[in-house]
Ligand binder design. Sequence first.
Ligand code: IPE
Ligand code: IPE
Ligand code: MG
Length: 226
Amino acid sequence: MSNKPHHIAIVMDGNGRWAEAQGKNRTFGHEKGAETVRAITTYCAGHKEIERLTLYAFSTENWKRPKIEVEFLMKLLERYLKNEKTTYLNGNIRFEPIGDLSIFSKSLRKVIDDVQNATQSCNGLTQCLALNYGGRDEIVRAANALHERAQTITVDSLQAILDCPHDVDLLIRTGGDQRLSNFLLWQAAYAELFFTKTLWPEFNADELESIIKKFKTVERRFGGLN
Ligand code: IPE
Ligand code: IPE
Ligand code: MG
């Protein structure tokens, strides 16, 4: 028996450092990072056991960055979704956003809606992008939604109403830091955590494959005894 990587989540970190190491602007790293998103998504779409890939693209804390970098990231996201629409459709990949999207510009929300609607009957991989996402914010919004409906808060009722109601099997962070940075706090309760020093623009399918190989051999006990 080996573990199945049904839901993989990735903190895509290290774009800025990758660019700065070459004397380039941080935005160059984000641009290259978007190519890694495409490559990793394509790999996962071709992997029979992977059903869901959740990628941390912009956190509720990332608004603290300089305005110029935030604006670049918003434009890059809009451009990426527009350009990749055919990649999603050709690959039978469903696109889903999580996070509080209400803060985004009308044009960005329109593109997000458009790609989500266009791919809703795709039944291969689901690629979920975490956008203005924070684990604490997600849990608070879910608790408020239950409160408004006068529903009892239980583990099951709260989980069901989260932006992402799916437990994570394998959580990876690139870039060398070993922290969650407010990503999928609830869903990562029993995730296997893997950290790599590789910066996101240099991460590739070969490295993902070797992480999955190690993940498969881990004994997952979920609090029980094997
Ligand atoms: C991750 O790379 C991408 C986003 C947070 C949008 P960073 O931009 O955090 O890159 P580093 O960690 O500064 O190198
Ligand atoms: C986490 O990376 C957020 C994303 C990858 C979108 P950060 O670079 O923002 O995290 P910290 O600031 O190092 O914790
Ligand atoms: Mg970072």
